[in-house]
Design a protein around this ligand. Structure first.
Ligand SMILES: [Zn+2]
Length: 171
């Protein structure tokens, strides 16, 4: 399989690995369903708005994109800076950021839990109003989704060797 870097993305747990696979499976399903792996088109058919913003971050915080309330925001200035610092073509990092955020909204992580775990998770989340999954799990799923799409779009990309740029761009 191409993108060996992306597939060996330094998982800290088997849960992260399962989340990554779950993200990949979702990307394949969604792109088969809509006949495209273009993240712009997939956002449109999923009723997700994509906007751009020029906010250029805080000293210690770099954000390439965010997903909130049905809208993905791409932070162009920060994407450009991170792309330059890592020798990644800007257009590839823009597309990857969009695909990663799309992963955050489309991947259903309940599939990686046993039914019993999912029941307890539902109880905790509805009573406590919290997200009971660690951030690393969400990031692994979003990156699994993202790289499954990108591998079908880019012949090569330096991103395939540094998938962590998308989940922790300031490191
Ligand atoms: Zn993320």
């Amino acid at each position: 399989m191409r993108a060996s870097g992306a597939t060996q993305a330094g998982f800290n747990s088997s849960h992260e690995r399962r989340a990554w696979v779950c993200g990949r499976t979702c990307a394949t399903t969604v792109s088969d369903e809509h006949g495209t792996s273009n993240p712009d088109v997939l956002a449109t058919v999923s009723d997700i708005d994509v906007i751009e913003d020029d906010w250029n971050g805080l000293d210690s915080l770099v954000l390439l994109g965010t997903y909130r309330d049905g809208t993905i925001t791409l932070y162009r200035e920060q994407i450009r800076d991170v792309a330059t610092a890592n020798d990644v073509p800007v257009c590839q990092l823009i597309e990857a950021t969009l695909a990663h955020e799309l992963g955050h909204c489309l991947v259903d992580l309940s599939e990686i839990d046993s039914p019993q775990t999912q029941r307890w998770r539902n109880v905790a989340e509805s009573f406590l109003g919290i997200d009971s999954r660690p951030k690393a799990i969400h990031e692994a799923a979003a990156n699994g989704f993202c790289f499954a799409l990108l591998e079908s779009r880019f012949e090569t990309s330096p991103l395939f060797d540094c998938p962590e740029i998308l989940s922790s761009p300031s490191d």
